[in-house]
Design a protein around this ligand. Structure first.
Ligand code: NAD
Length: 296
């Protein structure tokens, strides 16, 4: 049976490093500050933002939340971002996605100053990442690399199959894994909705990462004995026995796959926790870079 790769353990370690960096910045008079923008009242977004701010407080990062009603127009959100871009004391700006359908998400992301884009979604930062330049890496793929490193999983020369090609997980992860640098050098295959017979690919993988948003999409017959399995999916399923009326499950048929894999991440308690930690990592880095630009 597989060993469980705990996200909490990895996240705690990263947060301890972040807290140290916050202290060091504080001694030179800089307090890392994250501004979070949220539009509407999607319950998952509310919960995510609450979690992010709680984590920030825990490591000494200041945060503020700007909330707009659902029907807010594009211009109002842009005006706030322009203001946050100008404010010297704001180091990171995060716009919680998804935005309501009448708002142009791409335009909003492009409005954020790249040096404050702690999600790493701005086209400039995505471009820099693809070119292998220093930049803010997107939190989920970066977190996955940290988990693999923490577990001592060498990706160099191994075959990694990524299921999912979104801009926030699958695409950037595949890109980071194939880069010619530490934590990279993998042979990468990306499967998606147009891939016939995903199992024929995942069965060849040393490492499988599933980010499809479909519960049970990876079953035991689709993995090789001893494979490493990273489950990115977060799916709400109804559960009358839970106090909230639902519970969270991943994309992997956990019980059966865990019997065959050598290492597997749980949901909850896996990639999600590390993703949250990477946001704060990016935020202190943004603060440090801002301080350096000011010559501090
Ligand atoms: P998305 O819906 O934008 O993309 C899903 C991708 O999976 C698509 O590219 C699609 O082609 C592919 N896909 C969908 N069904 C498939 C199938 N049956 N077979 C093969 N490919 C399929 O989703 P996303 O934003 O990348 O998120 C994916 C999942 O990860 C969601 O459950 C989301 O909640 C979760 N997520 C978790 C974290 C975290 O921190 N753990 C972060 C982001 C997203």
């Amino acid at each position: 049976p597989a060993q469980i790769l705990s996200g909490k353990e990895v996240a705690d370690r990263i947060l301890a490093d972040v807290a140290k960096e916050v202290d060091s910045l504080a001694r030179s008079g800089c307090r890392p500050f994250l501004a979070v923008v949220r539009v509407g009242d999607d319950p998952a977004s509310v919960a995510y933002v609450r979690g992010k701010r709680k984590d920030a407080a825990r490591v000494g990062i200041l945060s503020e939340e700007h909330t707009f009603p659902e029907e807010t127009g594009q211009e109002d959100v842009c005006a706030l971002i322009d203001r946050l871009n100008r404010e010297e004391g704001v180091h990171g700006i995060l716009v919680q996605l998804p935005l309501p359908p009448h708002i142009d998400e791409e335009a909003i992301i492009e409005r954020i100053a790249p040096e404050k884009d702690v999600d790493g979604f701005h086209p400039v930062n995505v471009g820099r990442m693809v070119l292998g330049q220093e930049t803010f890496l997107p939190c989920t793929p970066h977190g996955i690399l940290m988990m693999l490193r923490h577990a001592g999983v060498e990706v160099r020369g191994r075959h990694v199959v990524v299921v999912g090609r979104s801009n926030i997980v699958g695409k950037p992860l595949a890109n980071l894994l194939l880069q010619k640098r530490e934590g990279g050098n993998a042979t990468v295959t990306v499967c998606h909705t147009a891939t016939p017979d995903i199992g024929s690919f995942t069965r060849q993988a040393d490492i499988v990462v599933v980010a499809a948003g479909r519960p049970g999409v990876l079953t035991a017959d689709m993995v090789r004995e001893g494979a490493v399995v990273i489950d990115v999916g977060i799916n709400r399923v109804e559960d009358p026995s839970s106090p909230r009326g639902y519970r969270l499950i991943g994309d992997v048929a956990f019980e059966e796959v865990a019997r065959k894999a050598s290492l597997i991440t749980p949901v909850p308690g896996g990639v999600g926790l590390v993703t949250r930690a990477m946001l704060l990592w990016n935020t202190v880095r943004a603060a440090r870079l801002a301080q350096e630009r000011r010559g501090g």
